[in-house]
Write a new protein. Structure first.
Ligand code: BGC
Length: 761
């Protein structure tokens, strides 16, 4: 019955989505690629599908030797993690001068949050809720990377993540499909611009397709398993948004989807991605994902390579499976020339779109890097951006911003550590150039700064663990003194302080790939350090460095002010000083829930109600969905973040009580800055679909606006809701909205709002 009433928007799952922008037919390109392919031998076609590792950074163990020789033989389609225009020009020269058909190589890199000018880690960027700024950060990253020879980035990472034990939450935009989709599109636009062939835009690669963020127990590379309903409604939207925004390439994930590893999953790569979503770009595997399918139990290298090609994979990253084994299954009739041709064509088309056939050295102008990389202007944008990402978690008695003349003690393992400021995947960064908090505060306070410094503790208190969390050359500067000696040193200077700034948290490499943690509290001896500092009776401001939500319930209870600064990039120290000193008023809002304790994980705001929901405001009710020992609600909810000023929401207005496919609904609210500082606020709109043919989340983000209000100023913020925002995938995976009653919430977080009601007719 319900089905007759609902707006059936798609008869086939996902067919309603529009065609991606950059994937319109291009007869000239097709003709030119066809002409070239006529000349290619089978070996040369397979060669285009091969992406061996090269250069300075490796993320695995595969050995890619003899690259130059392979290039000459036409056995390489591209290389990655090699940089500088000069070096890339040399390698490109081998391809275009010494290989038979002179086909240029494509050069990729993990440019995921800036290039040499490093921006805050992606999870931090998402906390800015500032799409224009995020797009700009990707634009600058593309500009710098392309000036250094790179034309393809393995970004954006759009995996929805709800388990902060997983270290790679730092690389994405958090837990929400709506926010994640908006950011995915903004980043694609930033990287690819309007014209992929200009020399300062680069090809994006949306990853990791799909569901990588749902690894069981938060353990990297682990199994994922979920219903299609959850997949379509909660996990797939950001990938789809990236494809719709014109992403030119997609990277397959390591995990299995419905029991089949993504790299061999034909439903995922062909039925969904290509047939339903209309993706016309190419798909590259993740690092050795093809050969890893041997361990998954999918067969030997020949078998898994064959499965990958048949699934719709075009390029093999590092596994050498396509290169070395595809001929045999071709002879046996298990794969076809047409399948190899299709993959080869897609890769050649990407090279065509990048303008590499016109000029293989398009991204190798030796003059550009000197002028365009790590410029003062780019660093300035990185500094402004970083300050927008910080989230003020607590600020009792307006301890912040730092006012008047203070004697500041800067204490903590991350205070004097520029190298760690860039966070994970800062492969082009010159660590020595990033600004530590100590340096940032010194500059802000001037020459006669009353600034004392003591390390106070190591990041972790076990030297073996310390080695594991600084493996990629971001030193934690392990101090051999005992925890007590370090704390004593810090406390001994206490008579001279009026304020303590405690720079605590994780090291940069405690999040990122292969960096899952089983305990996401403040590591090592850092809580003991905080206890000792608090015991002096002096006010303590905690500056928290992290790449994931941490369980900091104790800290929240005892420390009067907490500013979460993530890993802010090259300009982190200056940006933190800007915020601590009140030059910039913090406005970041969490894009991922902070749990009270590990036991609440996975925890996310857009959960279902269950048949036995806990009553509002209650901690425990027998036979209700809750815990005996902790409340259900998180420590800090999605969308949460304070400001030095206060914002008041009033007068929620709906333009009507009804909405239909023709009639939109305007939702407006008055927001006033009622405090003592000018500041920005992220106004958030959520809905709840009260009755559905499938159970619906208790809240879903459907809009947000970041506004700036001078103190005393009031603005009316208006959102438009259409029938489109109310759609979801039903149990037949049809993208529909269903008539009925809805609630709408507008407020400053997912837990603080004004509420209205409307009906979809
Ligand atoms: C990661 C990818 C990355 C690739 C290339 C892999 O280990 O999972 O995110 O793009 O390496 O560096």
């Amino acid at each position: 019955m319900l089905r007759n009433l609902m707006y059936v928007v798609a008869l086939l799952p996902l067919a309603a989505f529009t065609q991606p922008r950059t994937q319109l037919a291009n007869p000239k390109m097709e003709a030119s690629v066809s002409e070239l392919m006529k000349k290619m031998t089978l070996e040369e076609k397979i060669g285009q599908l091969n992406l061996p590792a090269s250069g300075d950074i490796t993320t695995g163990t595969a050995n890619s030797s003899n690259v130059a020789e392979q290039i000459k033989q036409g056995k390489v389609g591209g290389l990655f993690n090699i940089k500088t225009a000069a070096k890339i020009r040399e390698v490109q020269k081998i391809a275009v001068e010494q290989s038979r058909l002179k086909i240029p190589l494509i050069f990729g890199m993990d440019v995921i949050h800036g290039y040499k000018t490093v921006f805050p880690v992606p999870l931090a960027l998402s906390a800015s809720w500032d799409l224009a700024l995020i797009e700009k950060s990707a634009r600058i990253a593309a500009q710098e990377a392309s000036a250094d020879g790179i034309c393809w980035t393995f970004s954006p990472m759009v995996d929805i993540a709800r388990d902060p034990r997983w270290g790679r939450v730092v690389e994405g935009s958090g837990e929400d499909p709506y926010l994640g989709s908006q950011i995915a599109a903004a980043m694609i636009k930033g990287y690819q611009g309007d014209d992929l062939s200009s020399n300062n835009t680069i090809l994006a690669c949306v990853k990791h397709f799909a569901l990588y963020g749902a690894a069981e127990a938060g353990r990297d590379y682990n199994t994922t398993d979920m219903s299609r309903i959850r997949m379509y409604n909660e996990y797939l939207p950001p990938y789809k948004a990236a494809v719709d925004a014109g992403a030119g390439s997609v990277m397959s994930s390591f995990n299995e989807v419905d029991g089949i590893p993504a790299a061999a999953n034909r439903w995922l790569m062909t039925d969904l991605l290509r047939k339903q979503w209309g993706f016309k770009g190419f798909v590259v595997t993740d690092y050795t994902a093809i050969s890893e399918m041997i361990s998954h139990g999918m067969g030997d290298l020949k078998q898994v390579s064959q499965l990958a090609l048949k699934a719709g994979i075009d390029m093999d990253m590092v596994a050498d499976g396509f290169l070395n084994t595809l001929k045999k299954p071709l002879e046996e009739g298990k794969i076809t020339v047409a399948e190899i041709d299709a993959a080869c064509r897609r890769i050649l088309e990407a090279k065509y779109c990048l303008g590499l056939f016109d000029d293989p050295y398009r991204y190798c102008d030796p003059q550009r890097a000197g002028k365009e990389v790590f410029t003062t202007e780019n660093r300035q944008v990185a500094r402004q951006t970083a300050a927008q990402t910080f989230v003020l978690l607590k600020n009792d008695n307006q301890l912040l911003p730092i006012q008047g003349k203070n004697k500041i003690a800067l204490v903590g393992p991350l205070a004097d550590n520029g190298e760690n400021m860039t966070g994970t995947w800062s492969v082009a960064a010159d660590f020595a150039n990033s600004v530590s908090l100590l340096d940032g505060l010194k500059t802000a306070l001037g020459d006669n700064a009353d600034l004392l410094y003591a390390k106070g503790s190591n990041v972790v208190d076990d030297s073996a663990l310390d080695a594991r969390v600084s493996i990629f050359g971001k030193p934690t500067r392990w101090d051999k003194r005992s925890p007590k000696e370090m704390i004593d040193e810090a406390v001994a200077i206490s008579p001279n302080w009026s304020l303590v700034v405690a720079a605590v948290g994780e090291s940069a490499e405690m999040t990122g790939e292969s960096s899952s943690r089983s305990d996401i509290g403040l590591p090592g001896n850092q809580q003991a350090l905080l206890e000792a500092l608090l015991a002096t009776g002096k006010p303590v401001v905690m500056v928290l460095f992290t790449g994931r939500p941490l369980t900091i319930a104790w800290e929240n209870e005892h420390v009067p002010a907490i500013l979460n600064v993530w890993f802010g990039g090259t300009e982190a120290g200056n940006a933190i000083a800007d915020v601590l000193m009140g030059k910039v008023n913090p406005s970041g809002k969490l894009s991922m829930t902070f749990p009270r304790s590990m036991g609440q994980i996975p925890i996310y705001y857009n959960h279902k109600n269950t048949g036995r929901p806990l009553a509002q405001g209650k901690w425990f009710q027998k036979f209700r969905s809750n815990y005996l020992d902790i409340p259900n609600d998180p420590l800090y909810p999605f969308g949460y973040g304070l400001s030095y000023t206060t914002f008041d929401y009033k007068n929620l207005q709906l333009s009507g009580r009804e909405l239909n496919s023709a009639r939109k609904l305007k939702v407006s609210v008055e927001v006033s800055n009622t405090g003592n500082y000018d500041g920005a606020e992220v106004v958030q709109l959520y809905i709840r679909d009260l009755v559905g043919s499938i159970t619906r989340p208790v809240k879903e983000l459907k809009g947000f606006q970041k506004i700036f209000l001078k103190k005393g100023e009031t603005k009316t913020v208006e959102f438009t809701l259409t029938e489109k925002e109310l759609r979801f995938y039903n149990s037949q995976l049809q993208f529909v909205s269903e008539p009925g009653d809805f609630q709408v919430f507008v407020g400053s977080s997912s837990e603080k709002w004004l509420q209205g009601n409307f009906t979809l007719k």
